[in-house]
Design a protein around this ligand. Structure first.
Ligand SMILES: Cc1cc2nc3c(=O)[nH]c(=O)nc-3n(C[C@H](O)[C@H](O)[C@H](O)COP(=O)(O)O)c2cc1C
Length: 226
């Protein structure tokens, strides 16, 4: 293992969603190591239901163009629902607060719909990242167990990236265009798109680079019974 792999605590605490990347790709041998490490994620009965499509180079540009077009045409085709308004308190408020902090960090005013649209559009340009991984899964029952497994996989991949000084951002918004992505990549309808992860080398000069989300106190999440 490379000596630059940092301590576990450092990696977990420094990992954050990056929304501005340099165009330089991650070397192929390191890409393979990253996905090898993600493969160690746990899953229900070791089903390993993640089906991952990693896109880069010219294909990434073509896919991004297709997604920009789908977004402009409002051609949404999500396999799974997502609306923060459906969340009960306190989660709905947390989502609203996160959005507010993000736009504030970028200097986008509340009523500035044009800039907000541009911030959304950066998602489908993968925030300039040279790679994106699409996390597909088979449809099983109400899908909750399989989605949990894919979440385990995603965090393992994000930590593997952080350990090497790379970064990623999970993006539910990419799942809003499941048909566009399946069509572009030749993926069967049997596989459902949970979300995508844009990843690469963080651009420390990007306007969003200083933006960080905090966490609620442990006592608000964990109840000790002893
Ligand atoms: C499953 C999942 C989907 C997400 N989707 C998006 C997204 O579509 N666009 C985006 O900019 N951030 C997205 N995020 C990033 C969250 O906003 C971020 O994880 C959260 O604010 C905490 O910040 P941190 O990751 O920097 O710790 C997503 C995160 C997760 C786990």
């Amino acid at each position: 293992m490379s000596s630059c792999v940092r301590s576990f605590q450092d990696v977990v605490r420094s990992r954050h969603s990056v929304r501005g990347f340099l165009p330089s790709p991650i070397p192929r041998n390191e890409l393979e190591e990253l996905f090898q490490e993600a493969q160690y994620a746990p899953s229900n009965c070791n089903t390993q239901p993640w089906n991952v499509h990693v896109v880069g180079a010219d294909k990434l540009k073509r896919l991004s163009d297709a997604l920009v077009e789908a977004l402009a045409q409002e051609h949404y085709s999500p396999d799974f629902s997502f609306d923060t308004h459906d969340y009960p308190p306190p989660y709905k408020q947390r989502a609203a607060d996160q959005g507010g902090r993000y736009y504030q960090a970028l200097g986008v005013a509340r009523g500035d719909s044009l800039s907000r649209a541009e911030v959304v559009a950066r998602n489908v340009r993968f925030f300039g990242a040279p790679h994106v991984a699409f996390l597909f899964m088979p449809a099983v029952g109400d899908n909750v167990r399989v989605a949990a497994d894919v979440g385990m996989y995603a965090q393992t991949l994000l930590l593997a990236l952080a350990a090497r000084g790379y970064a990623g951002v999970p993006q539910t918004i990419l799942g809003s265009f499941a048909e566009t992505v399946r069509h572009a990549l030749g993926v069967s309808d049997d596989l459902k798109l949970l979300f995508g992860i844009s990843f690469g080398v963080p651009d420390d000069s990007h306007a969003s680079s200083g933006y960080r989300e905090g966490r609620i106190a442990v006592e608000e999440s964990v109840v000790w019974h002893e």
